[in-house]
Ligand binder design. Structure first.
Ligand code: 5AD
Ligand code: SF4
Length: 438
């Protein structure tokens, strides 16, 4: 049996697309493993959102070249994902060991591409077009059998000035509501998944390209009507597009996760404007407070960039101020990195690495302090959690997740795996909390 390895970089969208690539390869008779040395085909599903990604990919390509030259001369090397989409043909010209360069939209054509290479008719197959179309639906299974992700929009129209995504993933297009609902039903009711993760660059502008009135609030409402106990999450909403209607729907539907990812990026009005984010510091804080008021048990998480071009110490202090006031459970914190072709790349006053590193460090320290404090608030609470299985570190205890996305460790029978149970929290650490069954 032929073997294949898929290596995934980047975001949840890539994880979703890797699962689809896996299914396509399995349907072609490949056994998908996790070992590039033993593989007849290796796919790198790449990311390009920040600088570091390319370096990692180049390293892996070097490794693969060596394997191909020394022991697996017929190995098929494919590069998919955002970096492939961005680089296109250039990538195959630069690295002769690559056989397939496939953009995000085109992964459905992988079987054809493999056949073309194997038949010897083509030296390389490069496919990076169609970025403004809705890709065909491809079936997928997800490793843990708990969380199934469903893209609801592709592409992005926001053009935040730091971000490369609109250039590689094309204009925003939404998946028809009936299709999302039927996919969700298949995962929940037929395949037994317990959590649906809705994906999009800007999920709450879902449906803006429809003329039938379907929107994100309606999509959530329809998904909640599916019978059974399960959780719906979504990443990521844009603060500018977060309607009261959506807040209302979440507040009224316990099936929707009590954790919302609300990317801040910066707390400074000046920086937000330069980033083209479409909201001010005060508007953001007001939204976060409104969400917390209407959905009292919600936890918030965020993305923050430090060291955007021109960011002053004072601007940065505004970011710290928002973090202090909103109190995120956790944050994804990044140093700004230049993406060629974006507006910010050409802005004057690019900051030096020292300044960026120093600000990142201060931000991380503040966030850790807050995460720890928030964790302590769980003490004594009774919560419903989903039991995912034995804890990775200690097989004798079970690991579960709250609707607010907090990991809970507790003692219990293995039989509980895959079920929802009630626990009382007895001890807290920064990232993990401990409980007992009630
Ligand atoms: N530099 C640093 N971080 C970035 N992000 C996007 N583009 C850049 C960039 N050029 C971050 C944003 C986004 C997350 C996915 O990655 O915070 O929300
Ligand atoms: Fe995901 Fe953006 Fe990276 Fe593409 S560039 S993989 S959309 S994070």
């Amino acid at each position: 049996m032929k073997k294949a390895t898929i290596i995934t970089y980047g975001c949840a969208m890539n994880v979703n697309e890797s699962a689809k690539i896996r299914k396509l390869l399995e349907n072609m008779g490949y056994e998908v493993i996790d070992n590039i040395h033993e593989s007849d085909a290796v796919f790198l599903n790449t990311c390009t959102v920040r600088e570091g990604a390319a370096t990692q990919i180049y390293g892996k390509l070097g490794e693969l070249k060596h394997i191909k030259e020394t022991k697996k001369e017929n190995m098929i090397i494919g590069v998919t994902g955002c970096f492939a989409q961005e680089q296109g043909e250039e990538l195959a010209n630069k690295f002769k060991q690559i056989d397939i360069v496939m953009g995000n939209q085109n992964i459905g054509k992988i079987p054809q591409a493999i056949e073309d290479i194997e038949s010897g008719n083509f030296k390389h197959v490069i496919f990076t077009g169609d970025e403004d179309e809705l890709p065909p639906r491809i079936d997928a299974d997800f490793g843990d059998k708990v969380v199934a992700s469903i893209p609801i929009t592709y592409g992005c129209n926001n053009f935040c000035t730091y971000c490369i995504v609109p250039y590689v993933r094309g204009r925003e297009r939404s998946v028809p509501l009936e299709q999302v609902v039927s996919e969700a039903k298949e995962y929940l009711l037929e395949k037994g998944y317990k959590e649906i993760l809705l994906l999009g660059q800007n999920v709450n502008s879902y449906g803006n390209d429809f003329d039938n009135g379907d929107n994100f609030a309606k999509l959530l409402t329809e998904l909640c009507k599916i019978e059974g106990e399960f959780i719906i999450r979504f990443i990521s909403p844009h603060p500018r597009d977060f309607t009261d209607e959506v807040i209302e729907v979440i507040a009224n539907n316990p099936k929707i996760a009590r954790s919302i990812h609300l990317p801040l990026q910066s707390g400074s009005n000046e920086t937000l404007k330069a980033m083209n984010r479409g909201y001010t510091k005060d508007e953001y804080i007001a939204l976060a407070m409104k969400i917390k008021n209407k959905i009292p048990d919600v936890s918030l998480t965020t993305d923050i960039i430090v060291g955007f071009p021109g960011e002053t110490e004072e601007n940065f202090l505004d970011t710290l101020d928002v973090v202090e006031r909103v109190k995120y459970d956790s944050s994804f914190m990044f140093m700004y990195s230049i993406r060629k072709g974006t507006k910010a790349a050409d802005m004057p006053n690019q900051l030096d690495d020292e300044t960026k590193k120093e600000r990142l460090q201060r931000l991380i320290e503040l966030q850790n302090k807050i995460s720890k404090e928030l964790s302590q608030e769980y003490l004594g609470k009774k919560l419903r959690i989903f039991v995912e299985g034995p804890s990775k570190k200690n097989k004798d205890v079970l690991s579960g997740r709250t609707s607010s996305n907090k990991i809970v460790l507790f003692e219990g029978d293995k039989e509980l795996e895959g079920k929802f149970v009630d626990v009382e929290i007895t001890e807290t650490k920064t990232w993990t909390i401990y409980g007992k069954l009630v």
